[in-house]
Write a protein that binds this ligand. Sequence first.
Ligand code: ATP
Ligand code: MG
Length: 580
Amino acid sequence: MKNTEEGDEKKGKNKKPDTAGAETQPVSNFIRNIIAEDLAAGKNDGRVMTRFPPEPNGYLHIGHAKSICLNFGLAADYNGLCNLRFDDTNPTKEEVEYVESIKEDVKWLGFDWGERLYYASDYFDRLYDYAVQLIKKGKAYVCSLSAEEIRNFRGTLTGPGKESPYRSRGIEENLDLFDRMRKGEFKDGTHVLRAKIDMSSPNLNMRDPVIYRILHADHHRTGGNWCIYPMYDFAHGLSDSIEGVTHSICTLEFEDHRPLYDWLLNELGIFHPQQIEFARLNLTYTVMSKRKLLELVENGLVSGWDDPRIPTISGLRRRGYTPEAIRTFCERIGVAKSNSIVDMALLEYCIREDLNRRAQRVMGVLHPLRVVIDNYPEEMVEEFDAVNNPEDPSTGTRKVPFSRVIYIEQEDFREDPPKKYFRLSPGREVRLKSAYYITCVDVVKDEKTGEVTELHCTYDPNTRGGFSTDGRMVKGTLHWVSAAHCVEAEVRLYDRLFTKANPADDKDGRDFKEFINPASLETLRSCRIEPSVAGALPGSIFQFERTGYFCVDKESSADSIVFNRAVTLRDSWAKIEKNM
Ligand code: ATP
Ligand code: MG
């Protein structure tokens, strides 16, 4: 059997990358129990082989990440192997762009398929031979009913189906017709090959399922070689068998397909992997199916497959989510046998936890308010040391320039401060982080609108570095940037893409697109960030003190920098929901 008899060194065992969380010990689950039992019983000669089998008809999303972490993770934990196999049996919906993006995403998540990159289309010849074997055994027949007739004959969940009049075709006739189907003698939809199982089975999947169809369409890998293509259920299990997969892990909706999976392998008498189903990941406030994501992309409701608001791996990456955090999330949600919806807040928690550990701190002002420090000399510039990451002292400090004109956050000033507002207001003293204490002495307003346009402050030279020498305390500490030194940036703030927790499942049957959050993207065009971020490459991640974690976007260039906010520092929704 392929891929099973070579030495480990040659193939490269799957190694498991670390997760961000402390608990790297795998948590037990029912799949692990099955594998442990199989190993104890000496099944499959002690081999464990899994596979991740995406159909290249869209970009991967975080649900796929769950499956990737599970399949590659199990292989690593049991000294086994995990294959990457493209289930490319549907030429009209599949594209090379998707194949490439899927490979990139799996790698980025930290997994390695070694030499074992496979395509179901590589097996088309063998699959064809398997189909011929079934025909020869009298277990498959060419059916010439139309698609609609086949549907009507299929019966219902409560009533049996009706046998096709073509079910009794002789083996020779079936072989001849199937051969001619392959040669391209027939039009699409005129014939199909069906497994001959049981039209009265309570399981609809067993009522003579179609296993081959005619489709005059070019395939992204096999070109014009084929005009018949195997159906998913036929190709999938047989591909598993060809590769020597021991545990074929899939999502719950395939539970009803398992009898067919088993039937095909048994009838052909070939290596029999075990199909095991687990609950797919669902997340609140988003949609997860590739079909729905494609709809968002095609209708221009998001900017593309890597829009930071959608849960595709490429979108999450662009937003600043890390592979470590995603892997930790996948471990924490666990593996179960019943469907549920995971709170988006859990994913965000995992991101915060990881970024807190790794992100360089900087000061960035999202809504700038100009502040002139009247008693600070005009030409003077000082540099203050700021801690790069208090979670990781090895990252040291950096210099932050300070001068007479600075920007602070508009919301850090109130002319009439409410109780418990400890930030700046007329006559009030606050600390500028790592710099000085300042006191507000004057407020400049736009004559027409009354909007505050500038503040005048004085600073206390005896508070250098942000600490007073006389022990005087202040309650507020603000972030700031020097106007003469800062970098101007565009910042994109994201919110949930949908206003409804489960947009794809509306009880009144409304379309999921009706629940799009109109405020899911807010673009700020003149943010001011400290100069240390200049030249940061796309993908670099920073914590802007007090406002969140930000990732440099791919649309940044040498002279204009764009940041995406990955996540705020705290779960603002939790607060709102508690207060309601
Ligand atoms: P979608 O329903 O989102 O279009 P799919 O199941 O059609 O996804 P495939 O490319 O067939 O996408 O999926 C590849 C593998 O990923 C399959 O084994 C599938 O079971 C698994 N998978 C897909 N979605 C999820 C999910 N939400 N949670 C866990 N595993 C998933
Ligand atoms: Mg699928």
